[in-house]
Design a protein around this ligand. Structure first.
Ligand SMILES: O=C(O)CCC(=O)C(=O)O
Ligand SMILES: [Fe+2]
Length: 294
């Protein structure tokens, strides 16, 4: 039931949009020709069909101390530029968002996430209280550009902010649900990418599954999608790697791979306000030596 309501809400929102004007891509991907003028224009790598809630994951927070650390949701099965919808039940908790990179310190870091020098991020943190029955929809680009978390309630609000919340008239009172108390659960809904269900690569070195990620730390390479071995991701010694190749990902008659060793074929998406990364497009940066830039 919740699934159909969420699907309706997401598709209603998509239909009400004029399209994303913030489209910036490189390599062979270009703006999609859309048959129906009234339909919202989507990013080329994004699933083009109506959104369907195919996968549902539940999180349960029994007490105010239970939390979810900073992360962005994995793209492995849902593909680039996904839509993820999250429905809250019970207690109000704060959902936080911050940019994955710092616009003011864009070139200060190198290395695949967690492996390179420590990355400092001074980005603004957005606090969004999620009350019972609220639906938050993370639109395409949100997983690529932002991390999110649900901190413990004590970490969530500064004292004065908390006071204001207590006095507010919109029902967000100290986070407690009238029936649920401190208990909160949320359902997150995702859509599988039809191509990635059976075309995602296995590691060329050890044969394990690979994880789809996007480079973000260095402005020169930000936006390139890549597959890394899950062993490497979980700290083991495998550096299996491919670039993501998504230019044909929405062409269902096309059976070509979604990965490549050739950096010139690598797929990239850059946000329209990411001027640091866009500058390198203007400078005729052609992706050569891309891996060395990681
Ligand atoms: O609990 C929430 O609102 C967020 C859940 C979430 O980020 C996740 O399941 O990946
Ligand atoms: Fe998440």
């Amino acid at each position: 039931m919740a699934r159909f309501l969420v699907e309706d809400k997401v598709n209603e929102l998509l239909d009400s949009m004029d399209g994303y004007d913030s489209m910036k891509l490189e390599t062979t991907a270009s703006k999609n020709d859309n048959d129906d003028e009234n339909k919202p224009m989507k990013y080329p790598f994004q699933i083009q069909n109506n959104w369907k809630a195919m996968l549902c994951v539940a999180n349960y927070f029994e007490t105010n101390n239970q939390h979810l650390d900073w992360h962005s949701d994995k793209l492995t099965n849902i593909g680039p530029l996904p839509i993820i919808a999250s429905l809250t039940f019970g207690a109000t908790r704060v959902f936080r968002l911050k940019k994955t990179y710092d616009n003011n310190h864009t070139d200060s870091s190198t290395g695949i996430d967690g492996k390179g020098p420590k990355f400092s991020n001074h980005s603004t943190i957005y606090n969004i209280p999620l009350a019972h029955n609220m639906l938050i929809i993370m639109m395409p680009g949100c997983q690529e550009e932002y991390k999110h978390c649900v901190p413990t309630l004590t970490d969530s609000l500064h004292r004065e902010h908390k006071q204001r919340q207590l006095k507010s008239e919109n029902g967000i009172e100290s986070g407690l649900g009238p029936v649920a108390g401190t208990k909160r659960f949320n359902l997150t809904f995702r859509m599988f990418h039809p191509k990635l269900a059976n075309k995602s690569p296995t590691c060329p070195k050890c044969g394990k599954n690979m994880i789809l990620r996007r480079m973000f730390k260095n402005a020169k390479t930000r936006g390139y999608y890549f597959w890394m071995c899950q062993s490497g991701y979980f700290g083991m010694n495998c550096d299996g790697f491919y670039y993501g190749k998504f230019d044909k990902i929405n062409d269902f008659d096309d059976d070509s791979d979604v990965f490549t060793k050739d950096s010139r074929l690598a797929s990239r998406w850059i946000a329209d306000d990411d001027f640091a990364a866009l500058k390198y497009l203007d400078d005729d940066w052609n992706g050569n030596g891309l891996k060395e830039e990681l």
